[in-house]
Design a protein around this ligand. Structure first.
Ligand SMILES: Cc1cc2nc3c(=O)[nH]c(=O)nc-3n(C[C@H](O)[C@H](O)[C@H](O)COP(=O)(O)OP(=O)(O)OC[C@H]3O[C@@H](n4cnc5c(N)ncnc54)[C@H](O)[C@@H]3O)c2cc1C
Length: 257
């Protein structure tokens, strides 16, 4: 693993629970849209914690200067609360990578493609869509973005502008916990919703990519398969603990009490 101390240059609030952190790296590296990096924190007593974060920025044409990571805060977490509450501009943070050769897509891989992102799981799709826009590609892409509330729709203005440009990119939004007056789907993504989107795509979908928490990816993948998509063309990226890991944490917490 290639580690280096990156410097935080900017911090932007994207939603009540997500902030974007921009890093300058002494040794810039090239990456594929969809790859992630590791953030490694070391306490004064030597205790270390590291977590994966998808790169949200586009790779640029060479070795991109600035790296953007969109980090969601989990109150009971180790790394994300530190980033949200303690990390500041000019701080040095250890970054390792880039990693991940599976969950990648570039316009040269072809389309049409269907991206399905839940919450901060939209991050790798931002890298892919920003890269697609930067190289003026017209490969058809649909992004289905599921969030809890309107305020949780990360990058919404940028995504709306991309969708309005008429270059073959469409955005579909589902809000799971906001039923009021809004132009989006109210409720979770289900088979019927995915089948409708796939049916409206002019050519057969070539690739489906799903990213988000474990339960979100599970549900979206099941819905996609039930909508008639061949599982062989579905790629997934799962954030957070598996059910087993979550259960171990819960039991450890109960034992402490
Ligand atoms: C390849 C990959 C890319 C990732 N990219 C991103 C990214 O771009 N942005 C981002 O915010 N996170 C991303 N994650 C998740 C990230 O690595 C951490 O899991 C997350 O930041 C929580 O770390 P923590 O130390 O704060 O919490 P932890 O101490 O690891 O966990 C705290 C609690 O939160 C739960 N939890 C953690 N993450 C999630 C989640 N996503 N959904 C639901 N429950 C969760 C855990 O089960 C646990 O109960 C990615 C994960 C992977 C594997």
């Amino acid at each position: 693993m290639n580690w280096q101390n990156a410097i935080i240059t900017r911090i932007e609030t994207l939603s009540p629970r997500v902030k974007s952190f921009f890093f300058r790296r002494p040794e810039p590296f090239s990456f594929r849209p969809g790859q992630h990096v590791l953030l490694r924190l070391t306490a004064p007593d030597g205790y270390r914690a590291q977590r994966s974060y998808s790169i949200a920025s586009a790779p640029g044409l060479g070795t991109a200067e600035e790296l953007e990571l969109a980090i969601e805060r989990f109150d009971d977490g180790e790394v994300s609360p530190f980033m949200h509450d303690v990390a500041q501009v000019e701080d040095e943070i250890e970054i390792g990578g880039p990693i991940g050769g599976h969950f990648n897509w570039s316009p040269e891989d072809g389309g049409p493609v269907l991206f399905i992102g839940g919450g901060s799981g939209v991050a790798p799709f931002m890298s892919m869509l920003r890269h697609r826009a930067a190289i003026v590609s017209q490969v058809p892409v649909v992004l289905v973005f599921s969030a809890r509330l309107r305020e949780d729709l990360l990058f919404f203005d940028e995504l709306s502008k991309l969708a309005a440009s008429g270059d073959g990119f469409s955005l579909m939004v589902a809000l799971t916990r906001e039923a009021g007056a809004h132009p989006f789907r109210a409720g979770r993504i289900d088979t019927e919703f995915i089948a409708g989107i796939v049916g409206a795509m002019k050519m057969p979908v070539r690739q489906v990519m799903i990213c988000g928490s474990h339960p979100f990816v599970e549900t979206a993948a099941e819905g996609t398969i039930a909508a008639g998509i061949d599982p062989a063309i579905i790629k997934t990226e799962r954030y957070g603990a598996t059910d087993v890991q979550a259960e171990v944490r819960r039991l450890a917490g109960a034992l402490k009490r």
